[in-house]
Design a protein around this ligand. Structure first.
Ligand code: SF4
Length: 391
């Protein structure tokens, strides 16, 4: 409960780990909703992999010799990269860094790329976590979104991954797509749960600028789902996955106990990470770096031994706001003591009335200076976090 004065309890335990993110900027085809950095022209693949390997070498001191606990191949579509090239990337990481014995190595894959052969190769490379872009089992929705796979390919990919020995699988689920009724979503959830993944990441469709959906919307050809229907879908997801034994450990992420994504958890706990490849971001505890978004410019610049990035030094205010944003999204919550002790900033006295109102409306709980969103509050997470931001 919110009381008269803040007390000084224990810190939220910060997990100390450094992560490496490798961005593979190629896709077979463009999904109609996606604004990530990728190209459907894969001609530059070999040069880009070479540049990534060179960047790992050039950035060898960025993490200040911290042990690498997580490696994440994201994109784009990393499952398009031949195993021999992934092997070269991993070999360079190993050469430049100390890798933890229990390192988590995740690779994002699209169902249509996974075969018994490449899954066995990925396993041999040490990939121990697969994140498969299922999105939905509904053919009409998959076609509407211009996904490159169908439901049968999704099922086959999961079965093959299990046969290859993958014991830690994330499946992506999208919701809020026009035409995705509660019944369609219910079916998607039932099939997902039947497949017993260790982790499920959910994405609410947002219409990003310069995507096909954005173009359709401008032309009046796209009827967006209403806020109420998206909220009902999110509630259905929370209820179904909680009943199926998943821990709702981050606003969009659900895991069987012990299978929370170590890599993403390190982002949310403020650990350092190095992002390699075009559009990748890095964080060293003091600043953020953003690599250039263009594949050709990236390759050219790295060939000249220059990393093409922009850098932003974070102020105390930035650190506090990032902490509020990321911590409130997690089940651990936002620890006001931590903000007080680390930044000498009293979040409680500045937000007392607002917090009382949130608590009264059952949108948050506040105990031992830990603020957590309730399920109802999660529906308003963006508004609540931005209201708490320090200006
Ligand atoms: S496969 Fe993934 S990264 Fe590529 S266009 Fe589709 S959603 Fe975007």
């Amino acid at each position: 409960m919110i009381q008269g004065s803040s007390s000084f309890g224990s810190f939220v335990k910060t997990i100390c780990m450094a992560g490496l993110y490798i961005h593979i900027p190629f896709c077979k085809q463009a999904c109609h909703y996606c604004d990530f950095h990728f190209s459907t022209n894969t001609q530059l693949m070999a040069d880009l992999v070479k540049a990534i390997i060179e960047e790992i070498h050039l950035q060898k001191n960025y993490l200040n010799q911290e042990i690498i606990q997580t490696i994440y191949f994201g994109g784009g579509t990393p499952s398009l990269v031949p195993a021999s090239q992934l092997h070269e990337i991993l070999a360079m990481i190993q050469k430049q860094h100390t890798i933890a014995d229990d390192v988590e190595i995740t690779l994002e894959a699209n169902p249509d790329d996974l075969t018994a052969t490449n899954l066995s190769e990925l396993k041999k490379l040490g990939v121990n976590r697969l994140s498969i872009g299922i999105q939905s089992w509904n053919t009409t929705l998959l076609t509407f979104m211009n996904r490159a796979h169908n439901a049968a390919q999704s099922q086959r990919a999961i079965d093959l991954a299990r046969e290859a020995g993958f014991l830690n699988i994330n499946l992506d689920l999208i919701y809020g797509v026009p035409g995705q009724t509660l019944n369609v979503l219910q079916n998607d959830l039932e099939v997902l749960i039947r497949n017993s993944p260790e982790h499920i990441s959910t994405y609410s469709l947002t219409i990003e600028s310069k995507t096909v959906f954005d173009h359709w919307r401008r032309k009046g050809k796209f009827a967006e789902s209403t806020e109420e229907s998206v909220a009902r879908q999110y509630q259905l997801i929370m209820e179904s996955l909680s009943q199926a034994g998943f821990l709702h450990y981050e606003i969009s992420n659900f895991a069987k106990p012990g299978f929370e994504s170590k890599h993403n958890s390190s982002y949310w706990s403020g650990s350092k990470y190095l992002g390699v490849g075009p559009s990748a971001h890095s964080y060293d505890g003091l600043s953020r770096q953003f690599n250039v978004l263009n594949n050709y410019t990236y390759v050219k610049s790295i060939s000249e031994k220059t990393i093409p990035f922009e850098k932003e030094i974070l102020s105390d205010k930035d650190h506090i706001n990032e902490y509020i944003f990321t911590s409130l999204r997690t089940h651990r919550g936002c620890d006001f003591n931590k903000v007080q002790q680390k930044f000498n900033h009293d979040l409680l006295s500045q937000n007392r009335d607002y917090l009382l109102q949130l608590e009264k409306n059952q949108l948050v709980t506040f105990s031992d200076n830990l603020l957590k969103l309730t399920n109802q509050g999660k529906l308003l997470a963006d508004k609540i976090t931005s209201d708490l931001f320090v200006s």
